[in-house]
Design a protein around this ligand. Structure first.
Ligand code: AMP
Ligand code: TRP
Length: 331
């Protein structure tokens, strides 16, 4: 049986939070068994906004350690750094000439980020989704596990794929987004109307996978709740409690309804206290593995070198084929 190919990426921002874990990384790990998976630390995406070079290098290794700690097994999956495989940037140029300017102007993430950066908005931030399409199409991936915030980028990738398919039917694979119903959009602890994000102004917005137990407890204690008093799941009317229930349910693998029943007649205090322990215990094994991986940078380097070799071996012939298909180079 031929396994379906999976591709996904994570930015080397250093902090990996429970939104990343519940919305994406957990599914990456679960898909490894019966899929042919490539997972990528997307450093070329990171430089669409200013980075400190020394910091970036460190964060690439730390994000690798965190990804491994979250369950990515380099024996089963290919884990690599995007800039180690130059075909990503090369294909992105070709796709820049396939996508339309107007299509990129409609990307909501660009609108949000460029509003923040103003005059300092790089052209790379504008073509960010094209590089992402290149990541996916380069390997002919069929499924892309991501959080809900990447839905529009995946739609654009499919549009680019279909446009290319007319000339290159044998080369193109039109990918599907794999977005779970539950946990695809974990909201900020201090603001349940906006997604949990490491670029949030306050660190009380998120729980990082490497936060110490006491900090986790403090963050959950301070998490906003709604004006009600009961533990109910209603994303519209009670978004803050619904978000906490989602986190509880995802980390325990128990249905939300069961948790709601357990807290019938109890208040926010009891619920939050237990949730804090659920998170602390859920993250403990991951934290232990992060420490182990971080203490052995040579091993991380070995894993990434091997990953880049394996990814490159797939990318190079696919890149040669699309160049030929588009009539580039010499006959
Ligand atoms: P990033 O760190 O932006 O590269 O995101 C890595 C993965 O985490 C992507 O698949 C995102 O869609 C996912 N993700 C980021 N933030 C959240 C969130 N608040 N809830 C669920 N998934 C998220
Ligand atoms: N843009 C994604 C994010 O910020 C990361 C990413 C880059 C990605 N390339 C990808 C995700 C390819 C899936 C497939 O979360």
């Amino acid at each position: 049986m031929i396994k379906k190919r999976v591709f996904s990426g994570i930015q080397p921002s250093g902090t990996v939070h429970i939104g990343n874990y519940i919305g994406a990384l957990r599914n990456w790990a679960l898909m490894q068994k019966d899929h042919d998976c490539l997972y990528c630390i997307v450093d070329l995406h990171a430089i669409t906004v200013p980075q400190d070079p020394k910091d970036l290098r460190e964060r690439i290794l730390f994000t690798t350690a965190t990804t491994l700690a979250a369950g990515i097994d380099p024996q089963q999956s290919i884990l690599f750094v995007q800039s180690d495989v130059p075909e990503h940037a090369e294909l992105a140029w070709l796709l820049n000439c396939v996508v339309y300017y107007g299509e990129l102007t409609r990307m909501t993430q660009f609108k949000d980020k460029s509003t923040v950066r103003g005059e300092g908005t790089s052209a790379g931030l504008f073509t960010y989704p094209v590089l992402m399409a290149a990541d996916i199409l380069l390997y002919g991936a069929q499924a892309v596990p991501v959080g809900d915030d990447q839905r529009q980028h995946l739609e654009l990738t499919r549009l680019i794929a279909r446009r290319l398919e007319k000339d290159l039917p044998d080369w193109v694979v039109v990918p599907n987004a794999f977005i779970e119903k539950k946990g695809a959009r974990v909201m900020g602890l201090d603001d349940p109307m906006a997604k949990m994000s490491k670029s949030a102004p306050s660190e009380y917005n998120y729980i990082s996978l490497d936060d110490a137990p006491d900090l986790i407890r403090k963050k959950i204690r301070k998490a906003v709740t709604d004006s009600g008093t009961t533990i109910e799941f209603d994303e519209e009317k009670r978004p803050a409690v619904a978000n906490l229930l989602t986190i509880y349910s995802s980390l325990t693998d128990r249905p939300v309804e069961e948790i709601v029943q357990q807290y019938a007649g109890k208040g926010y205090g009891d619920f939050k206290k237990d949730l804090a322990e659920v998170v602390v215990e859920g993250l403990a094994p991951i934290q232990k593995r992060i420490r182990e991986f971080v203490s052995d940078p040579a091993q991380l380097q070995r894993i990434l070198t091997e990953g880049a070799e394996k990814a490159g071996a797939i990318a190079r012939p696919r890149m040669a084929a699309i160049k030929k298909g588009l009539g580039l180079g010499r006959p």
